[in-house]
Design a protein around this ligand. Sequence first.
Ligand code: PLP
Length: 462
Amino acid sequence: MIDGELQRLAILKTTKMTTKTNQRQRSREWYQRAQESLIEGVNSPSRGAAVYSPGPVVLERGRGSRVWDLDGNEYIDFMMSFGALIQGHAHPKIVEVVSQTMAGGSHFAAATPAESEAAERFLRMVPSAEAVRFTNSGSEATMLALRLARAHTGRTKFLKFEGHYHGWYDPYCLNGNSHPAEQLGTRENPARFPDSEGIPASVFDDVVLAPWNDLEVFESILRRHGRELAAVITEPIMANMGCILPRDGYLQKVCDLAHEFGALFILDEVVTGFRYAPGGCQQHYGLKPDLSTFGKALGAGFSVGAVAGPRAILDRMRWGSSMVLHYGTFNGHRLTMSVIAANLDLLSASGGAVYKQIYKVGDAAIAGLRDVFHRRKIAAIVQGFGPMFQIYFTGRDAIHDYRDYCQYADTAKYSRFIHGLLDCGIYMTPSNGLHWIISTAHAMQDVETLLAAADEVCAEMA
Ligand SMILES: Cc1ncc(COP(=O)(O)O)c(C=O)c1O
């Protein structure tokens, strides 16, 4: 139900013109310079000219829900560092903790109270966690989860779903990008597209691929390969093709079927963890994964990942001749651990009250955008709820999986829409595969500004 305030936003009369933020001379100059020392001028292709045209907005600083570029343009940030900034930019508590901790030394690569402080809070929030191991990124976490699953089951193969992204570890780099619909093969036997050069083809011999959100096909693929699988890994909400929700009961059934065939159920909560509920999607959907992986929101802007699960599996990392190896100079980084403890305290304060605020703001943005598209007669849908959502320019009622995304989402139109928003002071990546993020720093006023900007851009597009 939308209350009075949401209603007001949803029927917003958008006579207000936004401030233009399209003068980016210094961004352009800096981007030229960056290309002389960095590949494509950035440190990940998703940040460069392949996505932003003619080049990226070069950001200089952030505070709360806002960021500023090199030319001094101010934007409301709805990308929030690909979801890492659950507390927004430069949250005062995080700034305080970082400077206090840093004054005592950044990292010792030794036992510290900070890592237990972080771990104890983590276990209180994540239902399936009897223990946790911290890594330095989400990719490291999913890599470790697979190694643990293989050691625990004594099996090598694993199943991943089309369109799911679990980081850039070799075996996960299969069908993570979209491809023309006519090339996708059948659901029972999907065409296989490695996402990267430089990965031996043999790596993918151990990967079984299945379409997501389709129990019938999943079950038939398990009948063929289930007994060979160490694990089935899935995102709870598919976040690499925007924001695609699981069908009712789907995730529990995937978990049950995986178990029926002796495979572990790995829930990749790198995007959803600490976002949809204090205990992530496993709490929201009432799931009990064997292993779950985290990153992004856990670190509130600091580089971290985590693997959580029962002792029976995580204890395999104990030192010994048959241990699962997991090393890392920066594991349990002291500064990061202090940030995590502070972040988790903020998220769990007053029984998780901040989640109510995140949901209220996110649901208002979703309702308001739907209203704008409806009034402007633009064929677009908004998928998701609360903390995360995505817009698809499509005539369909819903995007249910990778195949729908490849066939029906007009990603070029989405990119044009976002470039229009960038010029109206809304910061978002033009890649349709990502998603809009609401942090604790966003307020209803930000939604109002977003809707005015969206209306202006839609008026130009219509
Ligand atoms: C679901 C999921 N798993 C794993 C990762 C990898 O995390 P990181 O980028 O921290 O390595 C990502 C990154 O976007 C992700 O979306």
